[in-house]
Ligand binder design. Structure first.
Ligand code: AMP
Length: 396
């Protein structure tokens, strides 16, 4: 893999695409610095080599044109403190000032450019815009895995201006290596645990994993489409009627492929979608109207835990229930604890996709699993088997 470790940046100017799309409060204070912190080793390696750094990122969803609340200048003091040097700021990502400031950088200096998405050309993948950005550095480094599934000017198109001078930063390299490890080198038994709201968001993942896993555990809202497809009564639970046939085919397909597909046998049902609702445990195949299933039940937790404990590789995406509500969080918490325990006993575990990452943080288990992918959409597309433009642009 072409990582920055393959290169000495002495007297070179590295143009690094980072993902500094961090949340800011009303006073423009950063409320979660993880994405910035993650990139520090990449920046430090380059300046320690004796190179200089130009950082470029997007922040939020500006409508096109500059907006104070999406300005990257709000990150300058935090970044300066972390790097222990005065980070310079160009209030436009292209144009005369950016060119002059980038050209004037001395070894060891860092320049942050203003939000790339103040130009519509960024998301359009405009080659002229990419060319203007490319003029700001000698070497291109992509360290923004979170946007690797987008073919934007700064994430993919720009790479063609650096045919022999493009590298993965450490964040990107680690994400790609961990995801490749789970998809191509998994030790068996390999168990995938899928949850979350809808089958429609997960069907491509299920299809892509089918010839890789030994066990497929399905929980979350999506389980009810499967249970109904198998002839169960699911009351007012979330069901995608148009996917019943597909769910049935998936169950049949799993049998043919020799994959053990585990659906919950019991559920926690509620008489309303609310933490104040009445709730009880019920057979997942016999839920009376107007009750709805909002979590997997204790027997299912026990069964799933048993499968997880026997696994050598575990991939988890999507919560088992509405874990944001206290009454319906047990399934997700118990499965998170089970994955942590299996990891302690030697299994490799990868957690990814927005809500399962939120869950693992909620139960403070992030250090007890092997890897937590921060990739969101990029991670999901990777496990769907899609080629990510940001990765391909470096590898080509
Ligand atoms: P996703 O983004 O598809 O991974 O879905 C995550 C969301 O699914 C979370 O906000 C959960 O509250 C929700 N969810 C999990 N289980 C259920 C359920 N049984 N019914 C409705 N929503 C659910």
């Amino acid at each position: 893999m072409q990582t920055i470790d393959n290169f000495n940046f002495k007297d070179k100017k590295a143009l690094i695409r980072v993902d500094y799309n961090v949340p800011l409060d009303d006073h423009y204070q950063i409320t979660d610095t993880n994405r910035i912190d993650a990139t520090l080793p990449t920046i430090r390696k380059i300046i320690t080599d004796g190179g200089s750094v130009v950082l470029m990122s997007h922040l939020g969803r500006p409508k096109g044109g500059s907006e104070e609340k999406f300005s990257l200048k709000h990150l300058v003091s935090y970044l300066s403190g972390k790097l222990n040097l005065p980070v310079k700021f160009a209030d436009d990502c292209i144009g005369k000032a950016a060119v002059e400031m980038a050209a004037g950088l001395k070894p060891g200096e860092v320049l942050l450019l203003e939000n790339l998405r103040f130009y519509k050309e960024e998301e359009k993948g405009d080659p002229e815009f990419a060319k203007k950005l490319a003029a700001l550095g000698d070497i291109y480094v992509n360290d923004a895995f979170g946007t690797a599934h987008r073919a934007h000017a700064s994430t993919a198109v720009i790479a063609k201006f650096f045919p022999n001078a493009k590298y993965f930063g450490y964040v990107m390299a680690e994400e790609v290596a961990q995801l490749k490890k789970v998809l191509t080198e998994a030790k068996h038994p390999f168990t995938a645990i899928l949850g979350g709201a809808k089958v429609s968001g997960k069907i491509e993942i299920i299809n892509h994993l089918m010839d890789k896993v030994d066990n497929l555990i399905i929980g979350g809202g999506m389980m009810f489409t499967f249970i109904k497809a198998m002839g169960g009564e699911v009351g007012a639970s979330l069901v995608e009627e148009d996917l019943l046939e597909l769910a049935k085919n998936t169950v049949e397909g799993a049998k043919i492929m020799g994959v053990n597909l585990y659906l919950p046998s019991d559920a926690i049902i509620a008489d309303a979608f609310s933490n104040d609702a009445n709730f009880k445990t019920c057979n997942a195949y016999d839920i009376p109207d107007p009750w709805m299933g909002l979590d997997i039940g204790p027997a299912s937790c026990q069964k799933f835990d048993h499968v997880i404990q026997k696994s050598a590789t575990i991939l988890w995406n999507g919560p088992m229930g509405v874990f944001e509500m206290k009454k319906f969080e047990d399934g997700t918490r118990i499965i998170a604890e089970s994955v942590a325990k299996a990891t302690e006993n030697g299994a490799y575990s990868l957690i990814g996709g927005g809500d399962s990452v939120a869950a693992i943080h909620k139960y403070r288990l992030e250090d007890k699993v092997s890897y937590v992918s921060t990739g969101g959409g990029a991670m999901l597309e990777f496990i769907e088997g899609k080629e990510l433009p940001g990765v391909k642009a470096i590898e080509d």
